[in-house]
Ligand binder design. Structure first.
Ligand code: GLC
Length: 494
């Protein structure tokens, strides 16, 4: 079974968010399960060629773009700590400039540069099979950036039957990010008419919709989100499109890389620990308080949040409760970048309550781990959350998640219930997207925090969960197999 992953991000080589974590982890597990899996990403300016030992393996591969012959080169390396080949499409003008995204918010809308980059990328990927002499059974596309690829695959397969044998699987990591552009612009780039079904209500081409309607199968990253996106509330305007494909839509819960995220040997944290010597976790807390300039006291409950500061993540709820929360005996640390209004709101709160709140506006993988290891409670009050990785990572580090019951958060965190016996819960969960609900749940967590026995039991419950990729990887393999059989059948019959 030959599978090509195509995506815009890949941990650790080019990372912004959770998408990168998935692309950097799932293929490793698939490989161990015997799949010939490879990955293609753009060779951005930020890719560290020396560190990852990139090698040029092909040169001057031609595609037609804006009615011109453009040539790109192909580089390769192995994904660190694995045998998974990574291909880099190298083209200075369209892919080499800048970081991963041109827009700081990672929101695709209105930036034609973003559309040029990813259309060029998707079109190029389809030309690497001949020079590589390797034709995948399935191209596994991720998110809007490569949403145009299944359409391009279809149009190529009309002329060249080698493409006909390739199926497309499309994974939605986030339905909110869609990429709308003037169809005329994209049509000019590709010298192709854009069929009506790729167009949305605004009369624009919608990259995500194009991926949804042109791929052979669709999945999203948790069973609950797969149901939610069929509704108006979560469907981001695409609920009708998804309803029509409901039989070819599945939810497969993400895992985490349990080799990287392991408190027992994580080199990024100061004091390693495990379920057997959980008391060492406290030292990480004192250390975190120190680097945050907060009072060092293990009895003060410490909340943490790591993530993109986007509307999705519920930062507005947090801002609304700041005054009241700081009245309670607790401390909070935030790490992330994103929309200016949220960055400013958090900075404002830090200024107002410097002895209680510490804010880091940056991306810092080491500090992120120090927060997962050093906090007592991890906050994820998301408005929506396709899967969410933070809650799983925090549980693995004995940090108890406090989440809203949405998407993958609902699938992966068991809410606390008052019962003296048999405590099975792993976190604190609230239902309604409302700041009063969040505050109530924070108060509940603070109350339970005082009961060391229950707290320890919840930590152990979380640390004993199996969040490895094994189970999900096997589900993906079932989908690949189904697609391979279907595709062979349809190629034979046509
Ligand atoms: C996106 C989603 C997040 C998910 C991640 C990986 O970042 O917002 O919920 O965990 O993709 O699939």
């Amino acid at each position: 079974m030959k599978i090509l992953f195509v995506a815009s991000e890949l941990n650790p080589i080019a990372k912004i968010g959770g998408l990168a974590d998935v692309i950097g982890a799932l293929p490793k597990t698939l490989k161990k399960l015997g799949i010939d899996v490879r990955i293609a990403i753009p060779k951005y300016g930020i890719v560290d060629e020396e560190k990852y030992q990139l090698e040029k393996i092909a040169e001057g591969i031609k595609i037609n773009f804006y009615n011109k012959d453009e040539k790109f080169d192909l580089y390769q390396c192995l994904l660190p700590a694995s045998e998974v080949p990574v291909y880099f499409i190298d083209h200075q003008k369209y892919l080499g400039d800048n970081g991963i995204y041109f827009e700081k918010s990672a929101m695709p809308e209105d930036s034609l540069r973003e559309a040029k980059r990813f259309t060029f990328f998707a079109r190029s990927v389809l030309e690497i099979f001949e020079p590589l002499n390797w034709w995948p059974n399935v191209i596994h596309c991720h998110d809007w950036h490569v949403g145009i690829l299944p359409f391009l695959l279809k149009s190529l397969s009309l002329k060249d039957k080698r493409y006909k044998k390739i199926a497309a699987l499309f994974t939605v990591h986030n339905l909110e990010y869609q990429g709308h552009y003037e169809a005329k612009d994209i049509s000019e780039m590709l010298d192709l008419p854009i069929p009506e079904k790729n167009i949305d209500q605004n009369k624009k081409i919608n990259f995500l919709k194009s991926g949804l309607v042109n791929s052979d199968f669709i999945n999203t990253v948790s069973p609950n989100y797969a149901k939610e996106i069929l509704t108006k509330e979560y469907g981001a305007g695409l609920e009708d499109v998804l309803q029509k494909r409901k039989n070819e839509l599945r939810g497969i819960l993400n895992g985490i890389d349990t080799e990287i995220f392991n408190p027992e040997n994580d080199p990024k944290i100061k004091y390693n620990y495990s379920i057997k010597n959980l008391e060492i976790k406290e030292k990480n807390k004192l250390y975190l308080q120190e680097i945050c300039g907060l009072k060092q006291d293990s009895k003060i409950p410490l909340f943490g949040l790591v993530g993109r500061l986007a509307e999705q993540k519920g930062i507005d709820l947090i801002s609304e409760i700041m005054d009241e929360a700081t009245n309670l005996n607790c401390q909070m640390v935030f790490l992330g970048t994103g929309e200016s209004k949220y960055e400013n709101a958090l900075r404002g709160a830090e200024k107002k309550y410097p002895e209680k709140i510490k804010v880091f506006i940056k991306f810092d993988a080491k500090l992120a781990q120090e927060i997962y290891a050093g906090c007592d409670i991890f906050l994820m009050p998301s408005r929506f959350e396709p899967c969410g990785l933070g809650q799983m990572i925090s549980m693995r580090y004995g940090t108890i998640p406090l989440v809203r019951a949405t998407g993958g958060l609902k699938d992966s965190v068991k809410n606390f219930q008052f019962s003296i016996f048999n405590i099975q819960s792993t976190g604190f969960v609230f239902e309604k997207y409302d700041h009063r609900e969040l505050l109530k749940t924070i108060k509940k967590a603070l109350l339970i925090f005082k009961n060391k026995k229950i707290w320890r039991k919840m930590q152990i419950n979380g640390m004993s969960q199996n969040f490895s990729w094994q189970k999900s990887a096997k589900e993906y393999i079932k989908v690949y197999e189904k697609l391979k059989v279907l595709n062979n059948y349809s190629t034979l019959s046509s």
